[in-house]
Each structure stands twice: as C-alpha cells, then as structure tokens.
Design a protein around this ligand. Sequence first.
Ligand code: WTA
Length: 641
Amino acid sequence: MTSYTTKKGKTYWPSAEMKKIAWVKDENIYKQADKDPIGFWKKLAKEGIDWKASWKKTYEEKLPYFKWFKGGKLNFCNNCLDRHLKKSGNKIALIWIPEPVKEKTIKLTYKELYDKVCRFANVLKKQGVKKGDVVSIYLPMIPEALISMLACTRIGAIHSVVFSAFSADALKSRIEDGKSKLLITADGYYRKGKKEDLLTKAKEGAKATTIKKIIVVNRIGKKVSGDKFLDFNSEMKKADGKCDCKIMNSENILFVLYTSGTTGKPKGIIHDTGGYAVQAYWTTKWNFNLRKGDIMWCTADVGWITGHTYAFYGPLLNGSTTLIYEGSPDFPDPGRWWKIINENKVNVFYTAPTAIRMFMGADGKYVKKYKLDSLKILGTVGEPIDEDAWNWYLNKIGGGRCPIIDTWWQTETGGTLINALPGIGPFIPTVAGKSFPGTRHIVVDEKGKEVVVGKTGSLVQVSPFAPGMLHGVYNDDKKYKETYWKRFKDKYDTSDGAYVDKQGNIRVTGRTDDVMKVAGHRLSTAELENAIASDERVGECAVVPIPDKIKGQVPIAFVVLKQGGGSEALGKELVKHVDKKIGPTARPAKIYFVDDLPKTRSGKIMRRILKDVLIGEEPKGLMTLVNPKVVGVIKGIINKR
Ligand code: WTA
C-alpha cells in the first residue's frame, strides 16, 4: 500500500490500493448528482433499501417542510435484519465487549439478533405499545440497547433514547415531553472497573410521569422488586420468537432524540423512516467504504446521534458487523481500545477528536503494544479536529495507511453530510471536505448571500434538503421554524461557522450560537445556566465555554449568590447540583463567585466579555455596559487563582 507522507499542511490523496477497493472513486459523481439531486437519491433509495411499496413522489417541498419518498412503504427493522437473513443469517451482526476484562465477549449473528428483536417486539406489544407510541430507552452500551431500539422500529413505535450518563431530571423532562408509558433501563453498568448504578436514577426520573412500566436489564445483579418493574430476560423467555414487521410510511416518525439548543430546554429532534434509512445506508457504505465482511467500530454512545446512526443502524443496514464496547477507554489501561481493535480485527474505526487528543497524551506507549493493521478507514466526528491530532491519528493509529474521514454533521441531519470520500479525497487536516453527493452546503453572510472563497460565514444547506434531515421538533413547531429556518430565507441554518477553501472543500470552524462541544458532547450554555440558577442560593449565573486542550471546550461558570460571597465548598455543591439537573458531562470546569456580571443597559449579560477576560484577551465593547467597572473586578478574581 502506498503510504501517506506526514508533512504538515499537506493535502493527502487516496492510495492506489484505496482507489482499487473504494465503492466510489470517480469525482464526477459530485457533478452528476448536482445535475439532478432528486433523481440521484431516487436511484440510491431504490438500490439501498427494501421497500414494500414504491413512493408516489420522490421529493416534495413546502418550506420549512419537505418530504422524501412520500407514500413509500417500508419497515426499518426489516432493512436492518430480515433482509440479510437468507444470505447472511449466520454472519455476526453485533460484537459486544463488556468492560470487565474477564467477562466474555458476546457475538450475535443476524439470526440470533433477529430472534431477540422479535421476542422483545412481542414483549413491547404485550405491554400495549402500538404504532406511533413513544418508548423511552435509558440504557448503557449493552446489546439490549440495540435490541430494544430495533424492536421499537419493528412494531412502528418511536424510540426516544436518553444518554445513560444524563441525570434523573434530564430523563424526566424527556419522558414528559414524549408522554411515554414504557421505560427500558438497566440496573447499572460497568465504568472504570466499578458498578455504576442506573436504576436509582431511572426510578427517580420516571416518578410521577406517564411511565406505567419499567423493563429492567439485569447487568450488575441488583435486586429489583415492585409491580412497576419487569425483568428484561424473564419477559424475553416468555415471549414468542415470531413477530411480523409493521409496514410504515416513509414519512412516519422513526425516532426522537433530544439535543441541546440555545434555549434552556432540549429539543426533541424528529427523524422519519424512509429518508433516514436511505441516508444512513449510503453514508455508512461510502464514507467508510464498508463491505459486508467488514467490522466497524464507532465509539459513540447510543445516547447521541452518532451512536444511533453509525454504531447501530448504518452497519446493520449494510449487512456488516458492528462492534460496541461498554466501558471506559482507559480501563484497565489506556491500551484497551487498541487491544479491542487488535483482537477483533476492526476494519473501520470512527471516534471523536477529543478521544484522539486524550490518547496523544500517553503517546506511543499503549498504542505500540498492538498491531492495528486490520484498520482500513479512520473517521472523526463531533468537533473540529486540529492538525496535530489529525496527524497523530493518521500515523499512530492508521500507520500512515488509512485515510481520515472527517465527517461534519448534526443530530438534526441524521447522517453525515460534509466529508471527503475514501476513494476520492482529498484528505486535508482540519478540513471536512465536500458535501455528500446529492446535497449542497454553502457559506453565506448575515444577509444569506454566498461569500467568496476563504471568507468565514454561516454554513447553510440548500434545497433539495438531504433525506436524513430532521422533520420537525417534537411538540414544538415554533421552535423548529425559529431555530432552523428564520435567519436565512429557504436555507437550513446549521448554526456553524465555516469557509470554503480554494479546492472547494469546506472547513467547519465551530458553533456560532450558544452551544458548546465538551469532549464531543453537545451542551447548551443556557441549559447549564438554568441548572445552576435553579439552586435557591444562586441569584444569577453566566456560563461561557473556553478552549481546552483535550476536551475541545469546557464550560466556566460565573455565579452571583443572592447573599453574596461564595466558597470552595459551595462550588462543589453547585457541581453536584449540575450532576443532578443534567449529568456529569455538563460539569463546569471552574466556578467563579462574583458580585455582578457585565450587563448592557437592557440587562443582557455580555458573555463575550467574560470569555475575552478568561482567555486573556482585551475585552471589547465595554462602552455598551452599564457596569464597566465589574470587568476589572472579575479580571482580578480570575487572575488571583
Ligand atoms: C460539530 C454530532 C467540526 C458542529 C454528529 C455541529 C463538527 C455539532 C464536526 C453537532 C466536524 C460535528 N468538524 N465540527 N467534523 N462534526 N461538529 O448534534 O458544531 O452532537 O453543529 O452531532 O458538532 O453536534 P451533534
């Protein structure tokens, strides 16, 4: 195989070997798709997905709404499982690595997974779950997460997965929004060698909500009793192994996943069935050059969109093998991930820059212990990747052999949208690449006019909108319109900044709104502020993200107490309060107690000024403040520590 050189700033191209094995290698695909994007997706939809009835209209647009494959009929689970049974029933669909080193890896063939999913679909039916009902899933990275989700899609129920590290309060608000009657959870899971309790949070989150029953997976051997609770395995044993697929319309909702925006309340992002299936299938296949015999490992947790689309659904839609791991990357040592790749001969590895930066710290030592020559493609997602991390990933993990596919996308887009394709390239450190064939993104100024090459502006998507795009915000149409369609006429607003380079590739520079990416996790400053301010001792609070070497960004909180003052102990209590309201992922890296916050005459807190002070820049716009003196005081407090 041709090796890549590692000079800084270099543009890399596919090796001759990659050109040979790539699904897509002719860059004319972009032009061809551009000429007729709707026709392009029509062809892909027919080729990639098994439809029970063809659609009447491929694409219909009445902005801010649009529909793909209207009238088309399919079942999502059938596409992930049933259709592979004949040829690949005995092939491994799922490899599950538990965290405890001594515990055995579980491998499920397509047939075995199918059997479990059918059984669990019958368990759901027995509990009265019907088409269109929302089912809440609060599970760690264990096979039952995949089984539960697929079972929902089999009977046309809408799954709403809540990240297992989120708090009881976060779970509650999501249950309440979806009005789900059933919750699927586990007693706990393993993290860094310890048993982590999940059940207590699940119980608390479900208390006084619409939840009637809680199905519990026994993972850590806790005793569960009470009328409300059902044991996952016992129910499975009692259930029938046959369950027909419910045939759905392409536009029916497949799932809801909550994500943070600029307001305090997370939005339930709606994805429909047909369009999502088509985009998940093709982006997985082309971006990662996934072959049926390949093993793909996407390290994202199922609580996030990347876990949905690339840890679970994409590889299964393609009839490949997906690998998932329950635990912490550094347990029992920072070599665990590389050991897993080595032992399981992983071919495609997809992770976040934050993980790469974390491993760079322990450079070489743990990576060197393992041969990683099964790897063919490396992917990154979730935040901009810096050049050092990119180069380290290329050389230390990919052995200078595997292209790095830097994929830009969002919870809202369902699947990846901007990246280089492995057989076409180019692969440029920090640059995502071109819009996926059949989609178009441009960079515009405040007025929505396309900017020139090299100039930073707002990244927007233009019509026809990609098949996997969101189809609304659950219970909040107003929010859907305002968040995505208000700022630019007839264009989808990504809230990201970007520029296009001379070669026509897009470099994403980061969010332009009040959304942070902390270790790849999407968090809203407003949500975090609400959480802190809900402590009765807090009068006011402002949260700003600052750059962090490993995590990309971390939140810093400025707190004004009603009684004034503040102490280290109280800071710790507030961190605990954040754990309770959102979860440990949202913990502020530092809390500063201040007497006042910089504000404009209309009372708006000037977070930008706080940020400037934190990163050591001279704050601009002090004239607009009613209390400019406070900036000097805050500077003093920051510098004192
Ligand atoms: C950021 C994650 C730069 C971006 C799939 C986006 C990226 C937000 C990239 C969505 C990338 C994602 N380069 N930034 N390759 N991928 N982002 O909803 O700011 O958790 O708007 O979806 O992550 O985060 P979300």
